[in-house]
Design a binder for this molecule. Structure first.
Ligand code: HT7
Ligand code: ZN
Length: 874
């Protein structure tokens, strides 16, 4: 396939002035009439034709200025429309008619139907599946949209912008017209038609304008949209308070649909959501679901400024809107909840998803320089590392200059299709700092490593910290330049206080070392006693730290760190180190190491009620098997890791049985509230219940919790302990059956039932997943179902998926090929679960390779899947 290159950017030959779209909705034959006014860009020769994008389109008719033209003057193929001999400079109008079949559009891109609702998904290249157009983000224009439908087929007819008017036609048909005054690229276009339930509210903006807020859901589900509405109002207020950004239309609409390839989509004034991220009530949603809804509602809303008002010049700049908007939604959630607990969750996620991506065959820069299929670049690197890069800009500039830079960006680029260079220039100007070296974070792939060593001189009372950076080669980048790495640090003195003196040897300000050379030594003098370094506090830079730190020093940090995140980091490093050593021993079939010290620290943290419960829950959650595997890095045996981790869990559980038994009963009583404090208490009680059950070695406690649960958080926690710790027990069988029958009519809740089973450790789970896939009630076409079963198994079950005989890999390979025929985007995404296959031990590596080859040789593959499989095998 074609390789797109960042350096090939060129503006279009023609400029679009406006577009008028008319849709006559029909499940099998929707008629789309697109009238576009264009003119030739100055300096473009008259011999240059107009070439528009299409994808699986057929042209019904073409008019120029209302007249038919000779067939020799244009060529229409499924993926392009070329028109020759157009006016030299005067504007002209083209009228393009296409017919679509939303019902049979299984790719969920363009116009499709889900549960009887017409909806569109245009990012990144879905608009070209609707009509021939310049489907690229640097072509901005104003849209007028008229939708016509049978009233009983589509009662609500929605599009972007403000409502112009509507009315009835004969034969039970009606129409609605919308106008969006804000010029936008085609990927932000949206249309929805259907008979939906509606939840309404209003928001008064900072300048006093009243905005109508509407959330559309399936009939009967209206009460489950209340939390999403509340999150929306808080998001609107937050963007005003923190960035001075006001909403800019009379109406803001959200539609929840059940078939959706991603989480949600920020179409101008008409967000479309995966219903999983809208619907919640205590009986059907767990605490984590509420937190996700809050974050995603905020994320899509924040795109109104970072993404929509200022969009991307081309798809290489995707992180310009995504990294920045993730950064903004993180800050929002931190303000709404506990900031340190939120940051800990972010660090966990970054390490679990982005670090492995950066260390494997799919590694790419935050701003990629080439792609074959842009859909494969909606990645943890673009989103999460992209957000970390923005966070580093704030760390380097300080809060005030960062805000000045953002203000300048909004002011200077409103209405633009911008680039990363534009963005960085605003911060450089606002702060007077040179960000040239820093910009490498956008162009160099891979996670930098920083090795840290220190030297204490007792007689001179000096302390030296030496930092050295390195960055391993990644696909297509064999040589790397030195980066600017901002490392927040603290020097913790023997008495637990912090040393405040400034070092020499390099730039260091406000507790941040600026590592800009390969190796730098920062020297402190007049230090009263040997300090312990706490480095990369709060994860100020997304790097791997290599430092020989004794368990005593780590314990010193975890006791005295003033910063909660750094405290957790020390604890987590300590636990990781222990688990890695234990896994290595298990791999060699040797005796397991006693976890005495680690158990003591964890138990002390568990019962320290000066700490917030959510923090204690995070501390008690040992590094996952995948975290241990990543740390080991090569020749991985997932079974040995599992054995070692289970042994440590059991030892901690037995040592702290009393504490865990008490805490297991500490969940808040009374009516459920999704707030962060209550969720934190439930998290601590839940993990304590799990430890207590392990210590008791019976399923009774978890089964009792399951029976008594009056909310989904506790119910799902209990079911997970049963299924993962006591597989095959009568209690587990009973609970699984109860859950299945109770929620048989609620697909989003059943997704939890699938995931919990798919993540049950052990080789047998593979057969269970096959069995569930074969069930006649399992809907293979719904992305949420597939992710909850196949995605949970492949990404969340290291021992089951990496079964030594390769059955897990073969299961995934078969599913990928099957799904690829319907929904390439989903297939490609599921396949990325194999991205770390080369770090496995040789036997599993060979099985994984064979499975990848079976996909490659399966015949007709989509561009999405063949791109991934080829990069993984390269
Ligand atoms: N900007 C949105 C991306 C998205 C998407 C991309 C490809 C295919 C389907 C999609 N649905 C949504 C989501 C976001 O980051 O806000
Ligand atoms: Zn986004």
């Amino acid at each position: 396939g074609h390789v797109f290159k960042l350096t090939d950017y060129k503006p279009t030959d023609f400029v679009v002035e406006r577009i008028d779209l008319t849709f006559e909705l029909d499940p099998k034959a929707t008629i789309v009439v697109s009238r576009v006014i264009l003119h030739r860009r100055e300096g473009v020769g008259t011999d240059v034709p107009l070439v528009l994008d299409g994808d699986e389109l057929t042209l019904d008719s073409l008019l120029i200025d209302g007249m038919e033209i000779d067939a020799s003057l244009y060529d229409a193929t499924p993926d392009s429309l070329t028109i020759r001999e157009l006016p030299e400079s005067a504007p002209f109008e083209i009228t393009v008619t296409t017919t679509l079949s939303p019902e049979t559009n299984t790719k969920l891109m363009g116009l499709y139907r889900t549960s009887g609702v017409y909806c569109t998904q245009c990012e990144s290249e879905g608009f070209r599946r609707i009509t021939y157009f310049y489907d690229r983000p640097d072509v901005l224009t104003v849209y007028t949209v008229t939708i016509i439908a049978a009233k009983d087929d589509a009662k609500h007819l929605l599009s972007n912008g403000n409502f112009l008017g509507g009315g009835n036609y004969d034969e039970g048909r009606h129409f609605a017209a919308w106008f969006d005054p804000h010029p936008k690229p085609a990927y932000l276009f949206a249309l929805v038609g259907g008979d939906l339930g509606l939840v309404e509210d209003t928001f008064t903006t900072m300048s006093g304008r009243e905005v109508a807020l509407k959330i559309y859901v399936e009939h009967g589900k209206e009460p489950r949209a209340a939390y999403a509405m509340d999150a929306l109002k808080r998001s609107m207020k937050w963007d005003e308070d923190v960035y001075g950004r006001e909403y800019d239309l009379d109406i803001f609409q959200i539609v929840a649909v059940s078939d959706f390839n991603m989480g949600a989509m920020e179409n101008k004034g008409l967000n479309v959501f995966n219903d999983k991220y809208v619907l919640a009530d205590p009986e059907t949603a767990a605490d984590a679901d509420y937190a996700n809804i809050e974050a995603i509602i905020a994320h899509e809303y924040f795109h109104n400024w970072t993404g929509n008002r200022i969009t991307c010049r081309d798809w290489f700049q995707l992180c310009l809107k995504e990294g920045l908007t993730v950064y903004r939604d993180h800050a929002f959630s931190a303000d709404q909840r506990s900031a340190p607990v939120k940051r800990i969750a972010e660090i966990r996620l970054l390490k679990a998803h982005q670090f492995p991506e950066d260390a494997g065959p799919l590694a790419h820069p935050v701003r990629p320089e080439t792609y074959r299929e842009i859909n494969n670049f909606y990645t943890a690197t673009v989103y999460e590392k992209g957000s970390e890069v923005v966070r580093m800009i704030r760390t380097i500039l300080g809060v005030e200059d960062f805000r000045k830079g953002m203000d300048l960006y909004f002011e200077r680029h409103d209405g633009d299709a911008a680039t990363i260079e534009d963005f960085l220039a605003c911060f450089a100007e606002a702060s007077g700092r040179d960000l040239k070296q820093f910009a490498l974070w956008y162009s160099q792939a891979g996670t930098p490593s920083v090795s840290v060593s220190s030297e204490w001189n007792e007689t001179k009372k000096t302390f030296k910290v030496t930092l050295e950076q390195s960055l391993a080669p990644t696909p297509g980048q064999s040589r790397k330049a030195l980066m600017h790495i901002p490392l927040a640090y603290g020097l913790i003195l023997p008495d637990g206080t912090e040393f405040e003196g400034q070092p020499t040897g390099g730039e260091a300000s406000d507790g941040v070392f600026h590592l800009t050379k390969r190796k730098q030594t920062f020297s402190f003098s007049n230090v009263p006693g040997r300090p312990v370094v706490s480095i990369n506090r709060g994860f100020s830079a997304p790097v791997n730290i290599a430092m020989e730190q004794s368990p005593e020093d780590l314990a010193h940090i975890s006791r005295h760190e003033s910063d909660g995140v750094a405290r957790w980091q020390a604890l987590n490093d300590y636990a990781t180190r222990h688990l890695v050593a234990a896994s290595r021993l298990a791999r060699d079939g040797r005796n397991l190491m006693p976890a005495g010290d680690l158990a003591d620290v964890l138990i002390a943290t568990a019962k320290d009620d000066t700490l917030e419960p959510a923090f204690r829950a995070q501390a008690l959650a040992l590094p996952a098997e995948s975290d241990i595997a990543r740390e080991i890095g090569s020749n991985i045996d997932p079974d040995a890791i599992h054995t070692a981790r289970e042994a440590v869990l059991a030892e901690v559980a037995r040592a702290g049985q009393e504490v865990f038994t008490t805490l297991a009963a500490s969940a808040p009583k009374g009516a459920y509230s999704p707030d962060a404090a209550a969720a934190g208490q439930r998290a601590l009680a839940g993990i304590s219940m799990s430890y207590a059950s392990i210590a008791e070695a019976t399923a009774e406690r978890a089964k009792a919790a399951f029976n008594a649960a009056d909310n989904m958080t506790v119910l799902a926690q209990a079911l997970q302990v049963l299924a993962h710790q006591f597989p095959g027990s009568d209690e587990t069988r009973e609970a699984l059956e109860t859950f299945r029958t109770r929620y048989a009519d609620n697909p989003l809740v059943l997704d939890k039932w699938y995931s919990i089973q798919a993540m049950a450790p052990g080789a047998e789970t593979c057969e269970r997943v096959e069995e569930l896939l074969a069930s006649p009630v399992f809907d293979h076409t719904n992305p949420n179902r597939m992710r909850s079963l196949v995605g949970a198994f492949t990404a969340g079950n290291p021992t089951g998926f990496n079964r030594a005989d390769g059955a897990g890999y073969r299961l995934l390979a078969r599913q990928v090929v099957e799904i690829d025929g319907r929904n390439p985007q989903l297939a490609a995404r599921l396949l990325t679960a194999m991205r770390s296959w080369r770090s496995l031990e040789p036997g599993r590596q060979e099985q994984a390779r064979l499975a990848l080859l079976s996909i490659r040789d399966a015949g007709k593959l989509s561009a999405d899947v063949s791109d991934i499989v080829e990069r993984m095998l390269a």
